[in-house]
Design a protein around this ligand. Structure first.
Ligand code: C2E
Ligand code: MG
Ligand code: MG
Ligand code: MG
Length: 282
C-alpha cells in the first residue's frame, strides 16, 4: 500500500515490518542508483554576518529528487547512507559539487559542507578533499567543513588526523548543532574549531526563555575567548535576530534570512553579493 502513495514518505516509514524491510532494501538500491545517476541536487542556504548584514557564504544541503517519491529530505536518506556506507560516495559527490559551484561565486563567499563521521574514517578523506579543491580550483580558505559532536565522540585518531589535515590545507572547520550532543565542552578542547554553530533548538527557545538567552550568551562569550566565531542556526524571526545581535553573536542563518534554494534561484542573491562587501544589504 505504500507504493500507492509513492510520494508520501511519511506513510512509507509507517508500514508494517515486513514491508518496511523490503522497502528499505528498495530505497538502498535506489539511493545507490541516485548517486551514480545525478538524482541528487544541492540546495544552498545563505549565511549572514550580523556585523555587516552581508552574506558571508552558503551552506550546501543535499536533496534527493526521487523519480517516484519526489523530494526526499536528508533526514530520511542520510541515516540510511550512513548505515550502508553509501555516505562515502554520496559525500564525495556533495563535496565536489559544492566546491565546483562555489568556485563561480564572488571571491569573498564561502561554502560550508556537512560531513558524516564515516567519511572521515580510514585514510580516504584526505585525497578526496585535495581532489575536490584541485578540480574546482576553489581557494581552500573558502571551504568550511561542518561536523557534529558525534564525530569527536568516536575516539579515533583517523578522524582527528583527517580534520587536522583539512586545517593544514587552510580549510575551515565548524562544529555543527552545538548543544545537542553529550558533553560539548570537552570536545572544544580536542579540536581547534574555527566556528561554533549554535543549534536551532537553543536559538528558538530564546524567544520565551531567559535561561536560554543566558546559555546562548555564555556559548558566544566562550567562543570569543577561544577565537571562534558563532553562527546561530534556525533564525526564524526578526526578534531572534535582534536578540542575537545584542548578545554578540557574529553570524546567523535561518528562514527569516533565507531558505535553502536550488542553484536556479540563486542569481539575484549572488548578484547582490558582487558589490563591495560593506555596501550589501544595509
Ligand atoms: P544541519 O547541517 O544542521 O542543517 C540545517 C538544517 O536546518 C537544514 O535542514 C536546513 O534546511 C534547516 N533550516 C535552516 N534554517 C532553518 C529555520 O530557520 N528553521 C528550521 N525549522 N529549519 C531550518 P535539511 O536541509 O533538511 O538538512 C538536515 C540535516 O541533514 C542537516 O542538518 C545535516 O545534518 C544533514 N545533511 C544535509 N545535507 C547533508 C550532506 O550533504 N551530507 C551530510 N553528511 N549531511 C547532510
Ligand atoms: Mg550543517
Ligand atoms: Mg546544524
Ligand atoms: Mg542538524
Amino acid at each position: 500500500q505504500a507504493k500507492e502513495d509513492g510520494r508520501n514518505t511519511h506513510r512509507f516509514f509507517e508500514t508494517d515490518m515486513g514491508t518496511a524491510v523490503s522497502e528499505r532494501r528498495e530505497l538502498i538500491t535506489d539511493l545507490r542508483h541516485a548517486i551514480a545517476n545525478s538524482e541528487l541536487e544541492l540546495y544552498f542556504q545563505p549565511q549572514y554576518s550580523l556585523e555587516t548584514n552581508a552574506v558571508t557564504g552558503f551552506e550546501a544541503l543535499v536533496r534527493w529528487n526521487h523519480p517516484k517519491r519526489g523530494m526526499v529530505p536528508p533526514m530520511e536518506f542520510i541515516p540510511l547512507a550512513e548505515d550502508t556506507g553509501l555516505i562515502v560516495p554520496l559525500g564525495e559527490w556533495v563535496l565536489n559539487e559544492a566546491c565546483r559551484r562555489a568556485a563561480s561565486w564572488p571571491e569573498h563567499l564561502r561554502i560550508a559542507v556537512n560531513l558524516s563521521p564515516r567519511q572521515l574514517r580510514g585514510h580516504g578523506f584526505g585525497p578526496v578533499l585535495i581532489g575536490a579543491l584541485a578540480r574546482s580550483e576553489l581557494r581552500a580558505d573558502r571551504l568550511e567543513l561542518e561536523v557534529t559532536e558525534s564525530v569527536l565522540l568516536i575516539e579515533s585518531d583517523d578522524i582527528l588526523d583527517a580534520l587536522h589535515q583539512a586545517k593544514a590545507l587552510g580549510v575551515k572547520v565548524s562544529m555543527d548543532d552545538f548543544g545537542t550532543g553529550y558533553s560539548s565542552l570537552s570536545y572544544l578542547r580536542r579540536f581547534p574549531f574555527d566556528k561554533i554553530k549554535i543549534d536551532q533548538s537553543f536559538v528558538r527557545s530564546m524567544a520565551y526563555s531567559d535561561e536560554s538567552v543566558s546559555i546562548v550568551k555564555a556559548v558566544i562569550d566562550l567562543a570569543k575567548n577561544l577565537d571562534m566565531t558563532t553562527t546561530a542556526e534556525g533564525v526564524e524571526t526578526e526578534l531572534l535576530l535582534e536578540m542575537l545581535k545584542d548578545i554578540g553573536c557574529t553570524d546567523a542563518q535561518g528562514y527569516f534570512l533565507g531558505h535553502p534554494m536550488p542553484v536556479s534561484q540563486m542569481d539575484d542573491l549572488l548578484f547582490e553579493c558582487q558589490g563591495p562587501i560593506t555596501a550589501a544589504a544595509q
